[in-house]
Ligand binder design. Sequence first.
Ligand SMILES: [Zn+2]
Length: 101
Amino acid sequence: MKSRDEVRRERLIKNEQSFRDYNNRRVSFEQEADVEDDLVPFVCECGDSECIEGMELSVDDYMAAHSSGLRFTVKPGHYFPEAERVVAEHDRFWLVEKHEA
Ligand SMILES: [Zn+2]
């Protein structure tokens, strides 16, 4: 029997993963279009299933931010301390990292 906290954490991770998949497809598209220096609209990868906000990153910023599989890019302030910690606070986005399971 899973605790409510476990269920909530799994839902957070699953949600963030799906947004990340979307953003990765976006990266492939932008790389083909050869606009790597431009700001690209990405979706916020926070764990709030209601969040449909976006933020702008360069493709390089995005790729660097996701060097670890536990890291996600979110809008400033969109993070859940029970599931993740803030790694870096940039003007346009924050980088968060999941706690190890
Ligand atoms: Zn968000």
